[in-house]
Design a protein around this ligand. Structure first.
Ligand SMILES: Cc1cc2nc3c(=O)[nH]c(=O)nc-3n(C[C@H](O)[C@H](O)[C@H](O)COP(=O)(O)O)c2cc1C
Length: 361
């Protein structure tokens, strides 16, 4: 019996309710397929193709910016086909709200659409084509809106998370927000932000989540497409090595404190003039400048001048593992925790013994 089965498994057709978060250039076909093959849901990020070059590992080609701008949907189609050549299990795609992109998704038989921010769009289209929708937000109001619009699964993005918009403007944490969201809606909720192992998974279940959505843990896997320097920097990080920045420009991100990010954060928070910040970023547009710095960090491995996303949970991640092994370990840990607590409720273990058994060296 699979004791970790929830409604999320039924809706998405997966074995374990563990979803790999979409991550810019990180979640390419190899990672997506590895997660799905191990019983979770891999999610392809469609920004992948903007990397502007070829990444030798893990073996897929990327267009240059001109090619990408000319025909982004065809590049996404190629990446989707690569996923399909590596797995026959369900997977998701981070959608671009463009009718051509949506049409391509249907042609390619993508089973799950993943999106975030604002009100969910194109719901009639997804329903008509039998595509399941996972939408991310950061408050009870977002969750209610998603339910109203017919979203299948809501992912609560908490303050702890890496990458885009952790906790939104209200800065709710995963673990404070989660039970409130679960009480407010009937659709299943995923905990997103701050989870990297079986302990976090079980805690999220205890608060009513029916699954987890993890980014940082999957960015530190063999199959993830980011540069080894990014993966190693997370392995070496401690609890305080990330910072949430970008609130001033409504583009909130959590990243490692590289020298570039530290300086940028200081400029943003000290109220430096926008022109000075643009000059420091090296681009007229703060958003494009930010993307270029991410390319520099996440793809080219420059951890001095670049930006690399990572969550507060980075300090817990101690090794680069195959993505399938990440899932196997989380499942085994979660099952062991549930069994050990079960022994407390049947009287064969005291709570003190149970907690001692679960304590890590
Ligand atoms: C390396 C990395 C890259 C990310 N890239 C994106 C992105 O391009 N777009 C996006 O919406 N979220 C992005 N995210 C956020 C994730 O989708 C997810 O919300 C987050 O990782 C969850 O928190 P966790 O890192 O604590 O698991 C990224 C996260 C990481 C760690």
């Amino acid at each position: 019996m699979n004791i970790l089965h929830t409604r999320v498994c039924d809706i998405l057709g997966i074995r374990y309710p563990i979803i790999q978060a979409p991550m810019g250039w990180v979640s390419g076909p190899a990672l997506v397929a590895a997660v799905s093959n191990a019983g979770g849901l891999g999610v392809l990020a469609n920004q992948l193709a903007q990397a502007g070059g070829t990444i030798p590992e893990p073996g897929y080609e990327l267009p240059d910016a001109e090619e990408w701008n000319g025909n982004p949907n065809e590049w996404s189609r190629r990446a989707i086909r690569q996923v399909k050549s590596l797995t026959d299990k369900p997977f998701g795609v981070y959608v671009r709200e463009d009718p051509e992109f949506l049409k391509m998704m249907v042609e390619e038989g993508v089973p799950v659409a993943v999106n975030s921010g604002g009100a969910p769009a194109s719901m009639d289209f997804y329903k008509r084509h039998g595509i399941k929708v996972v939408h991310m937000g950061s408050t009870v109001a977002h969750a209610r809106k998603c339910q109203e619009e017919g979203v299948d699964i809501f992912a609560l993005s908490g303050f702890e998370g890496g990458g885009h918009d952790p906790g939104g403007h209200e800065k709710l944490t995963t673990f404070a927000g989660l039970p409130q969201v679960v009480e407010a809606v009937d659709i299943p909720v995923l905990a997103c932000g701050g989870i990297a192992d079986g302990r976090g998974f079980v805690s999220a279940l205890a608060l009513g989540a029916e699954g987890v959505r993890m980014g940082t843990r999957f960015a530190v896997t063999v199959e993830a497409a980011n540069h080894i320097n990014h993966k190693m920097a997370i392995v070496q990080a401690i609890d305080t090595d990330t910072v949430r920045r970008g609130e001033r420009f409504a583009d909130i991100l959590r990243s490692l404190k590289t020298p570039f990010v530290k300086k940028l954060y200081d400029l943003e928070s000290s109220g430096a003039p926008v022109e000075e910040i643009k000059a420091f970023m090296g681009h007229e547009s703060i958003r494009v400048g930010g993307l270029q710095r991410r390319l520099l960090g996440e793809v080219q491995g420059d951890l001095v001048n670049g930006e690399v996303h990572a969550g507060q949970v980075s300090g817990l991640i101690k090794e680069i593992l195959p993505a399938g092994e990440v899932i196997r370990r989380i499942v085994a840990e979660a099952e062991a925790i549930l069994r050990t607590f079960g022994q407390v409720s049947n009287g064969s273990l005291s709570l003190a013994q149970c907690l001692a058994a679960l304590r890590r060296p």
